[in-house]
Design a protein around this ligand. Structure first.
Ligand code: CMP
Length: 140
């Protein structure tokens, strides 16, 4: 299997509840390596640009607002099959349906406040990593 990189976001709801360390523990316990990480606060325009793929969805406006409510932690995770592995340990989008032990099961409050985001494909991971990080911010 190939070594991949994926973009992770610890969302405002999780940062506000002091869950950065607990979520990072779950990431590291899975074998994924955090090779870049920073805390930022998105503007509305940045949030809209990041989630532009959802622009036609009914939840777009709320999603873009929710992502600006406080700081987020953006990360690049690296490892074998990292994109799917991170999706597995996050759990499905709606915490109500997430499997026990997953990040969203343990910490997600609702589909709107589901604590984490992860890239859904190789193509998306490249776009999302480039959105947040320059080459000199990524540990090699
Ligand atoms: P995320 O993985 O960040 O991708 C888009 C986000 O939109 C998603 O997590 C949810 O927090 C939010 N969202 C709200 N409603 C829905 C929905 N019906 N389907 C998918 N995502 C939704």
């Amino acid at each position: 299997m190939a070594v991949q990189q994926t973009l992770s976001i610890i969302k405002p709801d999780a940062v506000r509840r002091n869950l950065i360390g607990k979520i990072n523990s779950k990431i590291e316990e899975s074998g994924l390596k955090i090779i870049a990480q920073k805390m930022i606060r998105l503007t509305k325009e940045q949030s809209q640009a990041f989630y532009i793929v959802h622009a036609e969805r009914s939840f777009y406006e709320d999603l873009c607002n929710n992502m600006t409510l406080g700081p987020i932690v953006v990360q690049i995770l690296e490892g074998e099959n990292a994109i799917q592995l991170y999706r597995d340990i996050m759990g499905v989008t709606n915490p109500s349906n997430a499997a026990p032990g997953t990040i969203r099961y343990e910490y997600g409050e609702s589909i709107d406040f589901n604590s984490v985001h992860g890239s859904d494909s190789l193509e998306t991971s490249c776009t999302e990593i480039t959105f947040f990080f320059s080459q000199i911010e990524i540990f090699r």
